[in-house]
Design a protein around this ligand. Structure first.
Ligand code: 5GP
Ligand code: MN
Length: 316
């Protein structure tokens, strides 16, 4: 059944001439995969599409067909602004916020603030890519091999390889469908979930050397000094949080990553359906999902660790 919102979106996309698509800041596989999945499909029907990430494409996604089209700046006029996988207006890169609220916001975060004119937000979907796989054909857009590879990347990364608690049969069927369109699971899976740089693993070593545990919580920190010591280039945790969240008898894991301008990026992961870490993240101005949430908080590593651990203990 075609819902009213699909009719509206199809009509607006039909009229669109110059389209801008972006994802959230610090883009992950779902943000990039959704940008490309949608952008390439729109290009294929002759639209002028600009897929923009002001800080560029993270290296891990450079193998994706069409990723070379992702640009850092908007060129010329645009008439249609679309955000994907972005729960809040403030998670759109500052430079792109000057284009105002998007026409269309396509997402799956339960915390989405519906900041666009049209908001297609489906919290039961495992990824924004899953929302797109379902809706693109309804909007008359075809998923070719390149789009399928991008969308499958979103499905794989947001479900950590089809194993998060929110996994559903639909996502597996969609993955199969993307394979039928030419996407290669072993290659995509290896590149986004398995392969690591030598430096990233050295950086893990820094964080793992001092992991701490209290009751059901386990945590680690990565300071700017740690990052410098191994010359790790990213400003993230190199996915160390996923190792912490595998520690038995510690269903809640946190990581504190010191950032250059006096802030700390905190990530939470919860195993099991009992806890909602997004609610704690929200107390600190962040958000996310019940099982995976994050926030960027102003203050020193020590201060933030104290207050965040205290607030997290409250929900346990
Ligand atoms: P991560 O900790 O891996 O960066 O993010 C985990 C989840 O929390 C993702 O779904 C991500 O979109 C969300 N998230 C991370 N940081 C923030 C933030 O600052 N604000 C909001 N609203 N969500 C965040
Ligand atoms: Mn997502």
């Amino acid at each position: 059944m075609t819902e009213a919102i699909d009719v509206k979106i199809k009509e607006r996309l039909g009229k669109a001439r110059r389209i801008l698509i972006t994802g959230h800041i610090r883009p992950d596989g779902d943000a990039v995969g959704s940008m490309l999945g949608l952008g390439l499909a729109l290009e294929n029907i002759g639209k002028h599409v600009q897929m923009v990430l002001p800080l560029g494409l993270p290296h891990v996604f450079e193998h994706l067909e069409g990723s070379e089209l992702i640009q850092r700046e908007v060129e010329g006029e645009i008439d249609t602004f679309i955000s994907v996988d972005c729960a809040e207006f403030s998670r759109i890169h500052e430079e792109l916020q000057t284009f105002g609220e998007p026409l269309l916001n396509i997402d799956h975060h339960i915390t989405n603030t519906k900041y666009a004119e049209i908001n297609l937000v489906e919290p039961d979907s495992v990824a924004t890519a899953s929302v797109l796989v379902e809706h693109l054909p309804v909007w008359g857009l075809e998923i070719n091999r390149a789009s399928a590879s991008a969308l499958l990347t979103g499905l794989i990364t947001d479900t950590l390889g089809f194993r998060t608690l929110n996994m559903n049969p639909k996502a597996l069927r969609q993955a199969a469908e993307m394979m039928e369109k030419g996407a290669k699971i072993p290659d995509l899976y290896y590149r986004v979930l398995i392969s690591r740089s030598f430096k990233a693993v050295q950086y893990w070593g820094k964080g793992l050397a001092n992991i701490e545990r209290d009751g059901q919580m386990v945590w680690a920190e990565l300071s700017l000094k740690d990052r410098k010591a191994v010359n790790y280039r990213g400003n993230d945790d190199a996915d160390l949080i996923n190792i912490l969240s595998s520690i038995e008898k510690s269903p809640v894991a946190l990581i504190f990553v010191e950032q250059p301008k006096g802030t700390v990026k905190v990530s939470w992961r919860a195993r099991g359906e009992k806890w909602d870490v997004a609610s704690v993240a929200a107390e600190f101005g962040g958000g996310g999902h019940r099982a995976a949430a994050g926030a960027t908080i102003e203050g020193s590593l020590e201060e933030i660790k104290l207050s965040v651990l205290h607030a997290t203990r409250e929900i346990l």
